[in-house]
Write a protein of this length. Structure first.
Lengths: 168, 168, 168, 168, 168, 168
């Protein structure tokens, strides 16, 4: 099974925020943004695995900078690490002004699972990180996976070696 | 400032899933569910604080049981703990059958911040947990807050006393 | 066939009105409200009958108090009376302020019919009203049913005994 | 103030029903149809009064013939009678086949109120019915108005002369 | 196969522009208008051919007069000429004021193809233009068809006799 | 005023087609695709001009290859030529399979006008084409502009020198 680079999994959407997308405070409705992010993450997962993928979990969704009607928003999804049949995917959201200056607004981390024809999990290619940021996210992905297993009671904290290193 | 019980902050939506809400696998589109959850969490936040509230972060969104077109879905949002101006809110999602048997499908944990007229954070009432589950979520909320601060690099792991106890 | 209480048939949706839901006067678009009401009434009908139900008629939809973007709106649907295979369902709509003061805004009366697997009407349980309001609505339901049959030319006015009593 | 004929108030929408508009039974969602009807009735009210109009009540919404995805549906709204500042409007809904045969599917009766610049009710022109059906609906409109006042407790049954005649 | 007059193919939609339909400049979003036009043109094509029809191309979409929230907009679609299995359809868009004065806002020319049960193109009736405008559009339709074939490289300019006459 | 390359004006959206986006033939609704294209073209226009831009016209919209629910669709918009205050923009649409093989499905040519603060047309930078395709589209843009002026009766065919060359 051929490995894929993180770069090969990038999926992009640039959108113009419409009044239709806003909440009563006239900023982008968070739920609408989540819907866009989830759609885009599923495309990145497809590009890595060549399979239909379903959302398993979402974490670390941050809302740092409000987005308003008329803003030009770019979402970029990229696989950060592949496990056996699941992938961790970062979605980064930013706005740009008339001079193409970029302001980072949001981030979220999705986990998707690739399914075969019978909707059972299926093995997927390894992911190869190349840039500094890709490598950093690749390395920390294991820590997040352990954290999620510990919090769900499916791994003993004492076995979460990656996670423990945080507190040493 | 009067304290509020968790029960007073409950917000509910029961929905019939329409074809309009589904993805190409004919299950409920995860992004649509996120949009419903975010709207409902903001109502729970309003009921606790009496203020307009904005989403600060979302975590632990799990997708355990697929939901299909025609399902009757109930979302319940409830504040689990109030901090200075922010609240942690659980949204639980379940489906029911013709005999009112309930299957838990999803869960998510939102953090909202209450804003004053100038869109600055403002102090909110304390939350009083009453049931066993409310108390359990209240207690673990502090651990999640520390975890989020540590992961964001805004708290030293050594200061995250609640979190460390997990690994001892 | 087990009887059901009115209380068991309650279905609730609390919503935050978005710009997306408004008409050009910047109040909640009546057609959008009708769509929410119809969805919720079908859930109440399902909870009473355990069957897929379809809308047969809608009456007495009143618009008393305008609702604006940013309002927190609660819809409550409850079966008022069950006939052979049809149910009458009230949907009450109200808004709440920061102190949880409630203002009644709208009301509508739906009739749904329960269908079997072949999409034919099927017998449903009786409804037991308990509160004063439930009993009042239960009693007047027969009058409304007769009125609807008379207006449709399917009952002679002289046979509409409940209705005639109004004019004596 | 110039009178208007019923014909001058006609507003029409022909629509192709999309999967997007259906419920889980794969027929047109009743709430979506109500939204279309309400929008169209407001246009008919505008054409009669030349004013912004708001929905006051809806009655007699009947669902006689199911509509499916791919159907070509025509809605026609027409003012049936004008009172001081309010209008009664019929909306008739039908589908057509490839030979332009028409099947009546739904009907609803709306009451709209015309507003001035300060959102206060304002006097509107009289309506002149011309065809047999227009005259029949014009005549029965008074009976419906009395019925609605009686049911709302704002008119004594003994004063509802038009309505009483039904039961003599 | 019976011929049809242009008049028999007319399809109409009058709409009230909602905030939901606007772009950040608070005028009707062009893409939303295109969606309405495409739906309506497909209905006109169905009325001419009695067949399911699919969009083949769109041209000459002009945006001459901005439309705002609260405007009453009428779209009218009418077949301008029928070829073997394809039809050219004009969609004209206008707004009206309180005195029913009409302002033309947009125009577009669609080509639809009629399909049989196997989704293959099928022969359709001839179109008979009657009014001056219908005849003018009928005549120029051939020129537009040649232009489209020339631009697509599927007809030699020297064979486009109708088109050449423009430049003589 | 700095020139811009065509590459700098690229805007991209990759989308997963949902049941919500389909017509009754279960393919992507053409009107929905037009809405996506128009939004994306406006972003490309903004990236070239740094200004709010409005749609002036749309042409050459072709529907060559049907798109179905579940398809992964990529839209790419790019300015092909800048005139005084208007830009011509190509939007190309394609689908990809699991091996990233691309099938071209649709194309459309938009003209947008850049507006200043008073909503008046304002001068924009020149566009520099670099690739073969960019140069070909740049050259043919003038011919399309003349064609549009001739068809609108705002240029004499004898003055449309670029256009005439087609027929020599």
């Amino acid at each position: 099974m051929t490995k894929k680079t993180a770069k090969e999994t990038i999926a992009i959407q640039t959108k113009l925020v419409m009044p239709n997308d806003t909440n009563p405070m006239e900023t982008l409705f968070g739920g609408q943004l989540m819907a866009w992010m989830d759609e885009l993450a599923s495309i990145s997962a497809f590009r890595h695995s060549g399979r239909i993928c379903v959302t398993a979990s979402i974490n670390n969704v941050s809302f740092d900078h409000p987005i308003i009607s008329g803003d030009f928003v770019t979402l970029e999804a990229k696989v950060s690490r592949a496990f056996k049949s699941s992938m961790e995917i970062f979605v980064d959201v930013s706005v740009e002004d008339a001079d193409r200056n970029i302001t980072k607004c949001n981030e979220a981390i999705f986990v998707f699972v690739a399914l075969d024809e019978n909707k059972k999990p299926i093995q997927i290619p390894e992911l190869v990180p190349e840039t500094e940021l890709e490598k950093k996210r690749y390395d920390s992905a294991l820590r997040r996976k352990q954290l999620s297993l510990v919090l769900a009671g499916r791994m003993k904290p004492s076995e979460a070696t990656e996670l423990q290193s945080l507190f040493e």
